[in-house]
Write a protein that binds this ligand. Structure first.
Ligand SMILES: NC(=O)c1ccc[n+]([C@@H]2O[C@H](COP(=O)([O-])OP(=O)(O)OC[C@H]3O[C@@H](n4cnc5c(N)ncnc54)[C@H](OP(=O)(O)O)[C@@H]3O)[C@@H](O)[C@H]2O)c1
Length: 466
């Protein structure tokens, strides 16, 4: 028997334990050498195991408090998951008191023998390290989430307890590390998002990045421990979110959770509206309004990377400078210049418009024959006149879409297209989300205030578990 198993052999016959309620975070001491790892309540622990064939594998566990029959406090580890990304440099062996369990299981008191599963598999704990505190996962425990108290201003966003969701068939449960904040979240909060109905009690959030902690049946692509970013219809402003497994994409190498969380909503929207509906081709010219928005910064980079010329409008010199740096060939401060005057003769093939109002007529006048005008919003007014004869003579197309209400199947097909066409550009460094500022989850209202001020350039992201 090796030292690790000798140390814990007694625990296999140990006293029945009593589950304690999850305690608030208490900073535990760091990893130290030896066979036991001092932990705080709910610390996540990564364990490295040496398998019988000599290979190493990483697992993810969680330290939970318990007391033995004498009332002495202990920590034990449960929820040991496969961890797909081995890393070097661990420093200590682990105090592992229970065998690995299937994903998402909550262990029953007294069940299972300490580390028996690993021993039987010929595995040996060789290293462990604490990870920063994360909220515990148990479908029996509530999670922290931001809910909309009632339709209104930013202060209706309140942090509270919500039931931890369970993944249904075809879904995965993701422990959220970061959640992107988008203009549609503001519209939802205000009760103005078309078709959203009564928003009281809704958890907003259309995009997240995090780690898969449990998979429902029929979600074969993902396993607990996988780092993903995902598109949601709602529910991202929370410690855990269930997502259609087909709407998850792997976090591109080199991107932080904050950067990864800033991708799905804008990339899905831009890919569909500019490249599918608008059918922008290399060599053509795109005009994107709101160039410094999350959508705008993504559209500029993507169109530039795929060989189009890009014109954009934005509301300040600093915003225009940022747009130029991202690849815009024209960046027009619409507060000091008329974009139609500047672009007259430039020949625009596709316009991505979120402004509407008096931009509509200008956009149409700027379009080349066969040009496409694509709406994703109409912040200055949805109604506008057009000349049907001119439309026919110049073969113009007016179209648009909203992503959130589209079917799960549509979003799944779109996710596949995004992974095929956009992810390689992210990997090549040609698309990188521009992060303006991050906020802790609890400060979602402040994040919304900043978004509504329009002082930002790029994306605003909530960090969860910080
Ligand atoms: N259809 C869809 O599926 C879909 C999906 C996602 C987003 N969207 C829409 O796309 C737009 C961008 O979204 P986002 O999350 O990237 O937004 P965002 O980062 O908040 O940026 C919006 C930008 O639009 C400009 N703006 C704000 N209010 C305006 C107004 N009343 N008139 C003209 N310009 C205004 C501001 O820039 P300036 O200082 O330059 O004016 C602001 O920075 C939003 O309108 C959003 O609703 C649509």
């Amino acid at each position: 028997m090796d030292r690790f198993h000798r140390l814990h052999a007694g625990r296999q016959r140990g006293p029945r334990y009593v589950e304690q309620p999850a305690a608030p975070r208490r900073p535990g001491p760091g990893v130290r050498r030896g066979h036991s790892l001092a932990t705080g309540d709910d610390d996540e622990i990564e364990y490295r195991f040496r398998a019988a064939d000599g290979s190493y594998r990483w697992f993810l566990g969680q330290a939970r408090p318990w007391r033995d029959a004498q009332g002495a406090p202990h920590h034990l580890v449960w929820h040991v998951h496969r961890h797909p990304r081995p890393e070097a440099g661990s420093r200590a062996t682990a105090k592992l008191l229970r065998r690995p369990r299937s994903q998402g299981d909550v262990p029953q008191p007294g069940a299972g023998a300490p580390s028996a599963g690993f021993a039987a598999a010929g595995c040996q704990v060789t290293a462990a390290r604490r990870r920063p505190y994360r909220a515990p996962y148990s479908s029996a425990l509530p999670m922290k989430a931001i809910t909309i108290r009632q339709a209104g201003g930013p202060d209706v966003l309140q942090l509270g307890d919500a039931p931890t969701p369970r993944p249904a068939a075809g879904q995965v449960l993701v422990r959220v590390q970061a959640a992107g904040v988008n203009r549609p979240d503001v519209l939802l909060r205000q009760g103005k998002y078309a078709g959203s109905g009564d928003v009281a009690g809704t958890v907003p959030g259309l995009e997240i990045a995090g780690v898969v902690v449990a998979c429902g049946p029929g979600a074969p692509r993902w396993q607990p421990g996988d780092a993903v970013c995902a598109l949601l219809a709602s529910g991202g402003y929370a410690e855990y979110a269930v997502v259609d497994a087909r709407h998850c994409l792997p976090v591109p190498a080199g991107l932080s959770p904050v950067e990864a969380a800033a991708l799905p909503e804008t990339v899905f929207t831009v890919w569909h509206n500019v490249f599918q509906r608008g059918a922008l081709q290399p060599g053509e010219t795109l005009l994107v309004h709101g160039g410094s928005s999350g959508i705008g910064t993504t559209a500029i980079q993507l169109a530039h990377a795929l060989g189009s010329r890009v014109a954009t409008t934005a509301g300040s010199a600093a915003k225009c400078a940022a747009c130029r740096e991202l690849g815009a060939d024209w960046a027009i401060n619409y507060k000091t210049e008329d974009f139609e005057e500047v672009l007259k003769g430039a020949g625009v093939d596709v316009v991505l418009d979120m402004v509407g109002g008096d931009y509509i007529a200008k956009n149409l006048r700027l379009l080349n024959d066969d040009g496409r005008l694509v709406f994703i919003n109409a912040m200055q007014g949805a109604a506008g006149a057009f000349n049907a004869l001119e439309l026919m003579q110049r073969r113009l197309t007016i179209t648009g879409s909203t992503l959130r209400p589209r079917s799960a199947d549509f979003k799944a097909v779109l996710a596949t297209a995004v992974e095929q066409h956009v992810w390689p550009l992210v990997a090549a460094g040609k698309l990188r989300p521009l992060i303006h500022q991050t906020f802790p989850l609890a400060e979602a209202a402040a994040a919304h205030r900043l978004l509504e001020s329009s002082a930002h350039i790029g994306k605003i992201v909530l960090e969860v578990g910080k």
